[in-house]
Structure formats: C-alpha cells, structure tokens
Write a protein that binds this ligand. Structure first.
Ligand SMILES: C[S@@+](CC[C@H](N)C(=O)[O-])C[C@H]1O[C@@H](n2cnc3c(N)ncnc32)[C@H](O)[C@@H]1O
Length: 226
C-alpha cells in the first residue's frame, strides 16, 4: 500500500515538475534542444541520455556561475553539450568527449540549428585518455566538468577531472544511484554497480571536494572543488 502511494506520488511529482519547470524552460531555451530530446527518445541508446529536468538544470548552473569553459565526458547525441552551450554565453566553450562518432553525429545537426556549433568541440577518444592528455595544457581551467561515461571509467576519469577544474569549479556526475542498485546489500552488486558504489565512496572521502548527492534523473553528484 505504502509502495503504491509512493509510486503515485512519484508520477504526480514528475507531472508537476514537467508542467511547471521542464515545459516552460524548454520553451524559453532554443527549440533545437526540445527537438533533440525528441530525436534522442527514439535513439536505440535513449536510456543513456540525461533527463530533461537534468538538462535544464545544467543550463541554469552554467548560467549561474557564468561558466565559460566546460568539459562534457560522454556526448551520446549531444544533449548535455547543447545544454551547457546554451548556458555559457557567446564567449563560452564546451569540449565534449565520446568514443562513438555515429552517436555524436546525431547531435551536430542540432548544435548547428541552435547556433552554438562553433562553441562545441567534439573529441572522439576514450575519456580516460582524452582527459589525461588535457592535463598538459588545461590544468585548473574548467569551470564545469560533467562525468557521464560507462561506469568502469568513473574513478580514472574523476582523478583527471579534479585537477582540470579550477578552484570552486563544479563537478557533475550522473547515475550515482544506478537505478537504486547502490542501495542494495553490497553482496548483491554486479560489476557496474560496484564501480558506481566505489566511485561514490571515493568522492565521499575526497577532501579536495565539497560534495552532495541530488535525487534527479538517476542520481547526480554535485561537487565543488575547494
Ligand atoms: C550516458 S551516455 C552520455 C549521455 C549524454 N551526456 C547526455 O547528456 O545525454 C554515455 C556515452 O559514453 C560513451 N562512451 C563509451 N565508452 C566511452 C569512453 N571510454 N570514453 C568516452 N565516452 C565513452 C558512449 O558512446 C555514450 O555515448
């Protein structure tokens, strides 16, 4: 009974947030973002995409801290990259990393439509390698870094992202509840859940960061570099 009530509340909550946050915010952003959300919903890997409430939050956060240099790890169809680009003003720039050129090519058309393609650099490479290489020339220069790649890379990429962020830079990490699998007994973890749980423990004990876990999408870690 209690479960049913909670499930209904979640549906009601989603409808309420959709009506009063997602729909008005998508309308006020560029129509290309709403269009790319629709296109992504029909993509075979749509389950991996950031949710619409996350995307409008990313645009707000980028605008709020006046972010000019953003690192987006995990492009997929370019939704998060587009949200950051729409938030960062004409002099901002987004670097977005993915190994799959075909997925990324879906987004490029919509970056063009939104008039922000010149503000987005797509890097086709594994995020662990790409972020390691960036340490040579980009240390402490990023205002925001978003980590949203397969979970086995989380800890390695995180260790590169922390030095790439400027002091007071913002780190966002997706899927930290992993469909709530991390709440189960550790003995029931599969390999991917164990990677996420280990990452969550790592950031929780990292004295370089002030972290929070937010219940949006599949769970979002938001952390500020000290
Ligand atoms: C969760 S999706 C990214 C979602 C996207 N940020 C969004 O807002 O919709 C993860 C992406 O990571 C990519 N990927 C897989 N292995 C990778 C790696 N080693 N380095 C970087 N990206 C990788 C996949 O191709 C996929 O597009």
């Amino acid at each position: 009974m209690e479960t049913t009530t909670k499930a209904n509340r979640n549906v009601e909550r989603f409808r309420y947030v959709n009506k009063l946050v997602i729909q008005p915010r998508l309308k006020s952003l560029h129509p290309a973002l709403a269009e790319l959300i629709d296109v992504t919903a029909r993509h075979p890997r749509e389950k991996m995409a950031s949710t619409a409430d996350q995307l409008v939050l990313y645009q707000s956060l980028t605008f709020m801290i006046n972010a000019k240099k953003i690192l987006d790890c995990g492009t997929l169809t370019g939704l998060s990259a587009l949200s950051f680009a729409l938030g960062c003003g004409d002099d901002g720039h987004v670097y977005t990393i993915d190994v799959n050129e075909e997925y990324v090519s879906v987004g490029k058309e919509f970056w063009e439509k939104a008039g922000v393609a010149n503000k987005i650099t797509s890097i086709i490479k594994s995020a662990d390698e790409a972020t390691k290489e960036m340490l040579k020339d980009h240390e402490e220069t990023f205002d925001i870094a978003y980590l949203d790649v397969p979970k086995q890379y989380y800890e390695a990429v995180y260790e590169n992202l922390v030095p790439l962020l400027r002091p007071r830079g913002l780190l966002l990490v997706d899927n930290i509840f992993f469909n709530y699998a991390v709440l189960e007994d550790e003995s029931n973890y599969d390999t991917m859940t164990a990677h996420v749980a280990n990452f969550n423990k790592r950031i929780s004990s990292d004295e370089r960061m002030l972290h929070n876990f937010i219940d949006i999408g599949d769970g979002l870690a938001m952390a500020v570099k000290k």
